[in-house]
Design a protein. Structure first.
Length: 73
């Protein structure tokens, strides 16, 4: 019996200023291609250069609300 996971093969942008959080997200998402950004500017460059299926954003350390606004436009 095969189980299909909705996250299989998805490209996920993880944005956080804490390396341990980024490491944990990678550990929790082995079925995905994960791309990490440790600051707002790196995240913006990545968002401008490629497409992501999902983004996990830290709110405080990397201006997550501002990143979210940029994702919406």
């Amino acid at each position: 019996m095969t189980t299909n996971n909705l996250l299989d093969g998805k490209i996920v942008l993880n944005v956080d200023d804490e390396d341990d959080i980024l490491d944990t997200l990678e550990d929790l998402l082995p079925m995905c291609e994960t791309v990490r950004a440790g600051d707002y500017y790196t995240a913006m460059e990545l968002l401008a250069s490629r497409r992501f299926d999902l983004a996990i954003l830290d709110i405080m350390g990397v201006s997550g609300y501002e990143l979210l606004e940029n994702l919406r436009s």
